[in-house]
Each structure stands twice: as C-alpha cells, then as structure tokens.
Design a protein around this ligand. Structure first.
Ligand code: BTN
Length: 243
C-alpha cells in the first residue's frame, strides 16, 4: 500500500490535475497523489471533457518534481507504466495508442480503457490518469472498463497503489535514462504498429502512412508517400479497411 502521508483522497473536486497544480504552486513535495471519486470539471487532452463516476472510474493525479533530463517521451512512458501495473494485476489484451491512450480488446474492437493528461507547473510535472472501471457510454467512442479485461476485480486503493508504484519506478528510470530504453517495449504493445493510419488534428488530416512506431524520444514515425516523417501531436486513427 502507498504511504498514507502522500495521498489525499477526496469525494469530489473539479479536476485532480488542476487542484494538484495549485498544491504544487504552493510548495507540495514530489510524489504527492490526489484522488477524487468524482470530478466536476475533469479534463482530457486537447481541451476535451473527461467524464467519470465514483463507481465507474479511478481518477487521480501524481506530482513529480522535474528531473534533470528532457521530458520528451514521458507521456508514452506513463502509458507503459500504467499497462505494466494492470498486467501485473492480471489484466489481459492491453494495448497502447500513441501518444498516451490505454486500450483493451473488447468484442473484437480496440476500446479506450484509460487516458493520460500531463501538465507542467514550474518545476513540477502533473501526471493525471483517468481509468475506466466500467465502460462509460460515450457517443461515437468505443470504450472499455477494467471489468472487461480483468477477471478478479481490484479495489480502488489497491489499484491506485499498484499504478503509483509502477509510476514511481518509471519516473526514477525516466529521469536517469529518458524514454529510449522503453521504446522497444512500448512499440511491442502499440496497437497499430505496421498498420495504415491517419493522423488528425482538429478534424483535419495531418498525414497518412504506415505506422513505423516511435523515435527514441517519443515522436510518431509515419512512412508516408513523401518518405518517413515524425510528428509530436495529433490523434491517430486506423484507415478504413485496416483491422
Ligand atoms: C485523455 O485521454 O484525453 C486524457 C484524460 C485524462 C483524465 C484524467 S482524470 C484525472 C486527471 N484530472 C483531470 O482533469 N484529467 C486527468
């Protein structure tokens, strides 16, 4: 279990990322964890809303003080740490989607199980994780809950301890060596490695090509008609006809 001193567990807050950021600005130490059973203004990537419910999700943020190295690839490292923690608990058929979604296979489809939102506040890094325990009903999205890929349910405190334990290991390693040593394992779990994909940004197609994986610092590699290109942002989609 986690040291109780470092964890604050609230019934409700607007966004654990926002609240932990305020705590960081007020001098909270590295390692602090804030969990909320309900968020009233949970935030996702690209300004999207993140929906959660007390019985259907585990939503929390962890504060780390910035290490010496660059942060490129951190969101991928966090996704991999999350996957490793859940696999150790027995979850199966987990996949990663660039840059930082965790998916699981459900009824033959890749369904979103968790998302990661990383923000910086001065020398502090806030890592926010939203993990579905039950699949939320979201129009136009294929979603999954941990109950879809884990036979024996785990209580929220045990889940939190497992994930934060893996994040702590990842953070120490990432500060020392960056993303490069994690690259091969990340690619081995990448859902659309070698597939024909489309990279989108605000409804616009940025690029299309074969997904070649990621660089040692976490950029997406696409083999396009104009040769290999790398990208730092965007939403990845599978192109029609790919399975
Ligand atoms: C995404 O996939 O768009 C990222 C979702 C991240 C959601 C988590 S829930 C805990 C933390 N607090 C927030 O407001 N967002 C993150």
């Amino acid at each position: 279990m986690l040291d109780a001193q470092r964890v604050e567990w609230r019934d409700e807050c607007a966004s654990t990322n926002t609240s932990l950021r305020e705590q960081a600005e007020a001098g909270a130490p590295s390692g602090r964890v804030l969990v909320a059973d309900r968020q009233t203004a949970g935030r996702g990537r690209c300004g999207r809303v993140w929906q959660s419910s007390p019985e259907g999700s585990l939503t929390f943020s962890v504060l780390y003080k910035e290490g010496e190295g660059a942060l490129s690839g951190l969101s991928l490292a966090v996704g991999l740490a999350l996957l490793r923690a859940l696999e150790k608990l027995g979850a199966r058929a987990l996949r990663l989607k660039w840059p930082n979604d965790l998916l699981c296979q459900k009824n033959g489809e890749d369904a979103k199980l968790a998302g990661v939102l990383i923000e910086r506040a001065g020398d502090a890094i806030i890592i926010g994780i939203g993990l579905n325990l039950k699949a939320p009903d979201l129009p136009g999205e294929v979603t999954a809950g941990l109950e879809d890929c884990l036979e024996t349910p785990a209580a929220k405190p045990a889940l939190l301890a497992a994930i934060v334990g893996e994040l702590d290991v990842m953070w120490a390693d990432f500060c020392a060596r960056g993303f490069a040593p994690l690259c091969a394992d990340w690619q081995a779990h990448h859902v659309w490695q070698g597939k024909s994909v489309r990279l989108m940004e605000e409804g616009r197609v940025l690029a299309e090509g074969i997904c070649r994986g990621v660089t040692d610092d976490g950029a997406l590699r696409l083999a396009t008609a104009d040769g290999e290109r790398t990208f730092w942002a965007g939403d990845l989609r599978l192109r029609a006809g790919e399975h």
